[in-house]
Design a protein around this ligand. Structure first.
Ligand SMILES: Cc1cc2nc3c(=O)[nH]c(=O)nc-3n(C[C@H](O)[C@H](O)[C@H](O)COP(=O)(O)OP(=O)(O)OC[C@H]3O[C@@H](n4cnc5c(N)ncnc54)[C@H](O)[C@@H]3O)c2cc1C
Length: 396
């Protein structure tokens, strides 16, 4: 192996979650030297044509605040929302959640994920404890309990007592560390686009359960919205070959014209929707965070939120061990896996169940759904509990 660089922590992947792990570790542990290895070139806002908007709750925006990017984000690429409205095509069920239910100024923030990632990468490069290497190909991984873990790359070898895999759903580090994963395809495509609406969006996140899957409409500045339309493949193909005008008419109809006429601000993009659950979250000196550990259906906008929880939990445990001079890494990683895996799995199962329940279009299921939604709507305690979950105020 070529040139060897020793660090206290190596992170692979400078997406939202890997960047947050590196920055949190540097902020919490002033002596911790971190290397961050990223496959893609440094992000630039000029080439930015990814329209992914993520709805982030309190815990996630708290992490962004701790690492010093949230204020900048608030000025440029962030929109608070106060209300969530959910309704079903095949029943009369309706549900409304409001920030008033939990005494907060907002339920969460809609964040331009590329802009956020750009600010995080800028913060990484400015941090004296962090070395970032972009445009880097990883090769081999050495992983054993007795010596530092090492990842070789085309730019040298990077070693540390712990390597964090934050390299997304198709994680190479996970594969090299021989951690298996259960992949499940929802057999749905997510169509993402930015739209303008003729009626006010009322700072509301709209979600309609349609026969093919959920359609989410997330409010942005200037009465624009970001849509995530999850649908089965044949319908997605039909939507994708429609002209912009036909697509917008279909979309307005699917929303029962609650947002009036809609027009596309940016071209549509499509993603296959899969869930992915790693069998373990660590093996010896390799630990998984974010989509490398788990990815879920985007219907409740929880994927990145769970990743931020992973980042916060892992760094908290590392800094506690650092303060106590406890070098039992296996115990620490087992604790991390125990805490994060149960939370991530519960959310994954809930999303899978919700998606399947709303795909059942027979009259009995529709009636049950309608009853269930009315029941939740009528129970203040249950609504408050669900709103707290959606807001992300549960810091597990
Ligand atoms: C349609 C859709 C809508 C969504 N909406 C929401 C939402 O509203 N709210 C929410 O919380 N979540 C949402 N999500 C989920 C969210 O986008 C992801 O959970 C989140 O982006 C995962 O972040 P990550 O940093 O773990 O992984 P990624 O964003 O995949 O980042 C991985 C990084 O690792 C790098 N990388 C990959 N391989 C290598 C390698 N071999 N070497 C070095 N670097 C590598 C990549 O270039 C990238 O920078 C949505 C997802 C989809 C598909």
């Amino acid at each position: 192996m070529s040139k060897q660089n020793n660090y206290d922590l190596v992170v692979v992947g400078a997406g939202l979650i890997g960047a947050s792990v590196a920055l949190l570790a540097a902020y919490k542990m002033p002596k911790c030297r971190v290397a961050l290895i990223e496959r893609s070139p440094r992000l630039s806002l000029q080439q930015h044509n990814n329209q992914r908007v993520v709805a982030l709750g309190q815990l996630a925006t708290g992490v962004l605040d701790t690492v010093g990017v949230f204020k900048d984000l608030q000025q440029n690429a962030c929109f608070p929302y106060q209300r969530m409205f959910i309704w079903d095509q095949h029943s009369r069920g309706e549900l409304e959640f409001s920030s008033n239910d939990v005494d907060l100024p907002q339920l969460g923030h809609m964040i331009d994920s590329v802009h956020c990632n750009y600010l995080l990468q800028r913060a990484l490069e400015a941090h004296p404890q962090i070395d970032v290497v972009f445009d880097t190909r990883i090769g081999e991984l050495e992983n054993s309990e007795n010596t530092l873990a090492t990842v070789s790359t085309n730019k040298g070898c990077y070693s540390a007592p712990l390597i964090v895999a934050a390299d997304g759903g198709q994680s190479s580090i996970r594969r090299l560390a021989k951690i298996s994963t259960n992949q499940h395809s929802y057999e749905q495509i997510g169509i993402v686009a930015k739209i303008a609406c003729s009626l006010p969006h009322q700072n509301t996140a709209w979600q309609r359960f349609l026969k093919d899957g959920p359609l989410g409409v997330l409010p942005l500045a200037n009465n624009q919205c970001s849509i995530v339309w999850s649908c089965k493949q044949p319908y997605a193909q039909r939507l994708n070959v429609m002209s912009d005008k036909e697509f917008c008419l279909e979309l307005a109809e699917a929303l029962e014209h609650r947002l009036g006429e809609v027009s596309l601000v940016n071209p549509r993009q499509s993603f296959p929707l899969n869930s992915n659950n790693s069998a373990r979250y660590f093996n010896q000196r390799i630990v998984l965070v974010g989509d490398a550990a788990h990815s879920i259906h985007p219907l409740a906008g929880q994927g990145a939120n769970l990743g931020f929880k992973d980042a916060q939990c892992l760094v908290e445990l590392l800094s506690q061990a650092n303060e106590a001079q406890d070098d039992n890494l296996t115990k620490l990683l087992a604790r991390y896996e125990y805490v994060r895996r149960s939370d991530n799995q519960v959310t994954d199962r809930a999303m899978t169940l919700l998606n399947s329940a709303f795909l059942q279009n027979n009259p009995v299921w529709s009636a049950l759904r309608g009853l269930g939604m009315s029941w939740v709507s009528g129970s203040k305690a249950l609504k408050t509990l669900l709103t707290q979950q959606a807001v992300g105020s549960d810091p597990r």
